[in-house]
Ligand binder design. Structure first.
Ligand code: DGL
Length: 277
């Protein structure tokens, strides 16, 4: 995909009337969240920033990840002046939201494990938590469980392999269902599990394949739609706002964007640029 749009100048962004959201992740998880936001508000201008130079976040230590996200998101806010920022990454949101909110005077919408809706949905109070290795062990996640599902049994599974699988799928490669089934087997074989939380924004991109493998009685939840509603409540658009061009930014050119062209085009993203950081 060739770059076709120039970066807006500061004067342009200050003078613009349209609302603009920055959607940030380590990789293609930003696209799963964008897809939900775009369904509700196609007129909202979105900048999707993928920090692929440091992908995957799920194996980074906390202090390095905190420093990295503050640096990249700070530079993006400086250059693109968004009205709102979605940290479309559970691994980052469970760590960096407080710090970002302290530094910048725009709303930050975080994506964190959907423990509360899962506890409300589960009849057996046996819930699967599928996330990155970092998210399943975060103290933020422990607090969510203590606060919203204190009586539930939570089965935690952290997998970076699934994150890579979602990236490969978006580049047009077939999903390895045998490997997926092996990874999900603790959930598939569990006798009382009835709710599975996809707590990594990459995983809704594998929803179809996960659904195919999980027993029918298991509900699969993620918070993409709730995030889109939250964004709409914070950034309502004027009725006559025009359809916008969305922009994809990568922190490294080392990503086969050409292979993702079909998926990106289906979402109305037709250009990509490198944002070195
Ligand atoms: N998409 C991200 C999440 O929601 C992280 C994937 C990764 O970089 O490990 O946690």
């Amino acid at each position: 995909m060739q770059s076709t749009l120039d970066s807006p100048t500061l004067t342009e962004t200050k003078n613009r009337s349209a609302a603009r959201a920055l959607i940030f992740d380590s990789g293609v998880g930003a696209l799963s969240v964008f897809a939900e936001i775009n369904k509700l508000q196609p007129q909202l201008e979105c900048i999707l920033a993928l920090d692929n130079a440091r992908f995957p976040y799920g194996v980074m230590n906390e202090s390095d990840l905190l420093e990295r996200v503050i640096l990249v998101v700070g530079k993006l806010i400086g250059q693109y002046q968004p009205n709102l920022c979605v940290i479309a990454c559970n691994t980052a949101s469970t760590l960096v939201l407080d710090e970002l909110r302290k530094r910048y005077d725009i709303p930050f919408v975080g994506v964190v494990p959907a423990i509360k809706p899962a506890a409300a949905n589960s009849k057996t109070q046996t819930i699967g938590l599928l996330a990155t290795p970092a998210t399943v062990n975060r103290s933020y996640t422990n607090i969510l469980i203590q606060d919203f599902a204190p009586e539930s049994e939570i089965l935690r599974l952290g997998s970076s392999e699934l994150v890579y699988m979602a990236e490969r799928k978006l580049r047009g490669e077939p999903v390895d269902l045998v490997l997926l089934e092996e990874i999900l087997s603790p959930f598939i074989e569990h006798p009382t599990l009835d709710t599975l939380v996809l707590a990594c924004t990459h995983f809704p991109l594998l929803h179809e394949e996960i659904r195919q493998l999980m027993p029918e009685r298991i509900a699969i939840l993620d918070c993409g739609a709730a995030i889109a509603q939250r964004v709409r409540s914070l950034l309502p658009l004027v009725e006559d706002q025009q359809l916008r061009n969305h922009q994809l930014l990568l922190t490294s050119e080392d990503m086969d964007i050409g292979a993702m062209r079909a998926y990106c085009s289906s979402l109305g993203i037709n250009s990509a640029e490198v944002f070195k950081c």
